[in-house]
Design a protein around this ligand. Structure first.
Ligand code: ADP
Length: 485
């Protein structure tokens, strides 16, 4: 049984390269069956303090370790993740629900942050700036921020964490991490990887917790924590901005999106259909960069709707452990309620269901949270499904006439994470890419995420960038020395 590998493993609060127990535990459940997979200790304020102590104690030696040595450990961590990919992917599917093929993909993606930032660690250069006076020299150096607290969501339990841990360690910082309460196992599995990669005790600490507040209050009150990096909802992001004022911490936020996906009449229609399916339905539509509003130009609207509906109707829904499953369960019942509310609202305002539109029939739906992939036709901008992130397998199609009209509609949102469009006209590609007010643009590309590029949003989608050469800057302070000679 795949779940045996969880029962036979030790999952404790990971501090100083050891797993610890706690007075209280909480259950981790399989969203595809509702069964309890295991229990993990529930970290509270005193555990958080112990983790900060460990990270602060490890900081001087870790930041002084030559970058080339830190890089070697990060490369080893990447290699170990790939070596243990099958185990890590199975655990991810068990606690998160996504199909095993997607979990395998996420493990490779998660590992790639270690390889990428190993390279960046070796290239943290300073500058010598021409001084204004002949008897002065100015040296600029970049140094690690210090102890960082990292808070991550459940939709990418491994990659969201390594996207933060890898640049932090590359920069010479030490970290305390709080994974989402739904998916602590993927995070805790990384502890064994860090030990085996030779990363010293205290450099990475991982705290599973059912309630994020004791963790949050402890890190924000503590002056030793110099930075917080968070991926999650805009609502919680706002709370963290306010909390960071207390001890003036640096803060990076990757928050919600409301991605437009635009199909122009000069698009390669088959490529656009394939891209829309990949963008919308990956992880059952539970990604912050997935297409949330699909705009299709009038001349190709009917043809696109027909091809897209046929492709969506073919997506197999089921347990992520079955090899042909493409759509797993939603994470929980609140997620199901949001999807239901969005579909009902759209239908009540005139949208037409082309396929799906309801949960799977009860005999195939042990938890009630399996939703049939849905295409909605004749959607208009006043419906909830276009205004809020649905975070589920529901694709609303909106008709538009002109480029100016669709750009205004696409930008008419407080969010600015990712946007996609399909067009074969090179002038239009450049023009539209420049005018879309989003941090990530997929131009004839529905899957833009990669460790090599600076991921992040504008407007209410966040602050800062993760990945690429920019990603390490979030964990470095700039200092200059003005030297009299
Ligand atoms: P989602 O809607 O994806 O669950 P959340 O923003 O609620 O997104 O959660 C993302 C992460 O933030 C999780 O690890 C969660 O425990 C944590 N979290 C939620 N509320 C707070 C808070 N007030 N302070 C710190 N972390 C929080």
């Amino acid at each position: 049984m795949p779940s045996d590998m969880i029962r036979q493993s030790e999952y404790g609060i990971f501090i100083n390269n050891q797993y610890h127990s706690s007075a209280k535990n909480f259950a981790v459940t399989n969203p595809a069956t509702g069964e309890t997979l295991t229990e993990v200790p529930d970290a509270g304020a005193s555990d958080t303090l112990a983790a900060i102590d460990a990270a602060a104690a490890a900081l001087p030696a870790w930041s002084a370790t030559p970058a080339i040595e830190r890089a070697a450990m990060l490369r080893k961590a990447a290699a170990l993740m790939l070596e243990r990919r099958e185990r890590l992917a199975t655990i991810m599917t068990l606690e998160q629900g996504k199909p095993l093929t997607e979990s395998r993909g996420e493990i490779a993606y998660a590992a790639s942050f270690f390889s990428w930032f190993a390279g960046e660690a070796e290239r943290v250069y300073g500058q010598i700036v021409p001084a204004a006076a002949p008897n002065k020299r100015i040296l600029v150096m970049r140094q690690p921020v210090g102890v960082c607290a990292l808070i991550t969501p459940w939709n990418f339990p491994s990659a969201m964490l390594t996207r933060k841990i890898a640049p932090a360690l590359a920069a010479g910082c030490t970290v305390i991490c709080k994974p989402a309460e739904q998916t602590p196992l993927s995070a805790l599995e990384l502890g064994r990887i860090f030990i085996d990669a030779g990363i010293p005790a205290g450099v990475v600490n991982i705290l599973p917790a059912l309630d994020p507040i004791p963790f949050s209050e402890t890190i924000f009150a503590d002056d030793r924590v110099r930075k917080v990096s968070f991926t999650g909802s805009t609502e919680v992001g706002r709370i963290l901005i306010r909390s960071s004022a207390q001890t003036v911490k640096r803060i990076s936020l990757e928050l919600g999106g409301n991605a437009p996906f635009i199909v122009f009449d000069d698009a390669d229609l088959d490529a656009a259909v394939k891209g829309a399916v990949a963008s919308k339905f990956r992880n059952s539509g539970q990604t912050c960069i997935c297409a949330n509003r699909i705009f299709v130009q009038s001349a190709v609207y009917d043809a696109f709707a027909e091809k897209f509906t046929a492709a969506v109707a073919n997506l197999k829904v089921g347990s992520g452990l079955e090899s042909d499953t493409m759509i797993g369960p939603l994470i929980d019942h609140p997620a199901l309620e949001k999807v239901t509310r969005h579909v009902q609202d759209a239908v009540s305002k005139g949208a037409q269901i082309m396929t799906g539109g309801a949960p799977l029939p009860a005999q195939f739906n042990p938890t009630g949270t399996f939703w049939t992939p849905t295409v909605l036709l004749n959607v208009s901008p006043h419906m909830l499904v276009t205004q809020e992130e649905t975070f589920g397998p529901v694709a609303p199609l909106i008709r538009f006439e002109t480029e100016d009209e669709v750009l205004a509609l696409a930008n008419d949102t407080p969010f600015g994470l990712s946007a996609y469009f399909y067009s074969q006209n090179v002038s239009r590609v450049m023009r539209v890419a420049e005018k879309l007010e989003f941090g990530i643009i997929g131009a004839n590309d529905a899957l833009p995420s990669t460790a090599n590029a600076p991921f992040g949003g504008v407007k209410q989608s966040g602050l800062g960038r993760e990945g690429g050469a920019f990603g390490i800057d979030e964990y470095l302070e700039v200092k200059y020395v003005s030297m009299g000679v």
